[in-house]
Design a protein around this ligand. Structure first.
Ligand code: CAA
Length: 285
């Protein structure tokens, strides 16, 4: 019989972390969400309240279920509050130093058998494990944005992951309504390795004035049935996040498909990060 996780810690409640906390709490599991300061906590709380209010309005959630979901999430600014959880998922920004520091601290706080999972999309899960005394219990759980809506979870096993940890994490994914796929630890895993060359190519086409942003996006929506075009999707992902993912894949593969389009860097320098800064390829209210 596999392990059942009844309480889960989520470290970092930005776009991804808040979405992950929402998904887990929706499945009846207690969540302890950790943010860096009170402002981060209040931003995360508003994010989850907004997201669940949309789910309510669209008939995806009943009022009583929404109240119960919100009550299952406890917010804190202290990692020490994760001492009793059964599983931790870190979703802090994609900085190798920051992630290393967090997993090392989690290693000292949590019970020795607790699985430490990372939502990283571009860093090596194997390297993260080195900063703990339990690399066999370190695994990737990669969610997709928006986490409450998209049902994929990439389960990233490393060469030292305990073989029993993988089915336990797959069962957890299914319990929270996700479809797990198992992948090895290489930049981009499966979905981003296929997706980001395409997104980067779209930026290059836009940069070369090949077509307008609207027409580039319309071509992929109406011609290929994608729910959104590549430039709108980059705005959703965040241009800074997309840049980090591309750079990491380029560093590993040296495939020029993944060499970030120069326009991406320029837009980031100008503060145009996509939806989160209200401006990217498009402007948002
Ligand atoms: N909980 C449950 N359901 C919710 C919800 C919530 N909090 N919020 C919204 N929904 C539901 C809605 O009810 C709606 O359901 P129906 O289609 O049955 O009506 C559905 O989710 C879509 O929601 P919206 O109506 O708000 O939005 P939309 O129809 O315009 O779709 C979208 C928006 C889901 C973002 C869609 O355009 C889409 O899937 N785009 C592609 C996103 C994508 O490719 N993401 C991957 C990015 S890469 C990544 O994430 C990896 C990485 O490492 C960066």
């Amino acid at each position: 019989m596999g392990r059942v996780f009844e309480s889960v810690g989520v470290v970092g409640l930005g776009t991804m972390g808040a979405g992950i906390a929402e998904v887990i709490a929706r499945s009846g599991i207690t969540v302890v969400g950790v943010e860096i300061d009170d402002e981060g906590v209040s931003r995360a709380r508003s994010h989850i309240e907004y997201s669940t209010s949309r789910a309510l309005a669209k008939g995806k959630l009943e009022g009583a279920d929404r109240d119960a979901l919100l009550e299952r999430i406890r917010y804190t600014t202290s990692l020490a509050d994760l001492a009793d959880v059964d599983l931790v998922i870190e979703a802090v920004p994609e900085s190798p130093e920051l992630k290393a520091e967090i997993v090392a601290e989690l290693d000292t706080i949590t019970r020795p058998d607790v699985i430490l999972a990372s939502n990283t999309s571009s860093l090596s899960v194997t390297e993260l494990g080195v900063h703990t005394t339990r690399p066999d219990k370190v695994i990737g759980m990669h969610f997709f944005n928006p986490a409450p809506v998209l049902t994929l979870m990439e389960v990233v096993r490393t060469v030292v992951t305990d073989p029993q940890v993988v089915p336990d994490v797959e069962a957890f994914a299914e319990r929270i309504g996700k479809t797990p796929v198992v992948t090895g630890d290489r930049a981009g895993f499966i979905a981003n390795a296929l997706l980001f060359g395409y997104l980067n190519h779209a930026v290059r086409m836009y940069e070369q004035r090949y077509a307008t942003r609207e027409d580039l996006d319309a071509a992929m929506r109406y011609g290929c049935g994608y729910p959104m075009g590549p430039l709108a999707l980059l705005d959703l992902i965040g241009l800074d996040t997309a840049y980090e993912i591309l750079e990491s894949m380029y560093r590993q593969s040296r495939d020029r498909l993944h060499a970030p389009a120069p326009l991406l860097k320029q837009m980031i320098s100008a503060g145009l990060l996509g939806r989160k800064s209200a401006r990217g390829f498009y402007t948002y209210e």
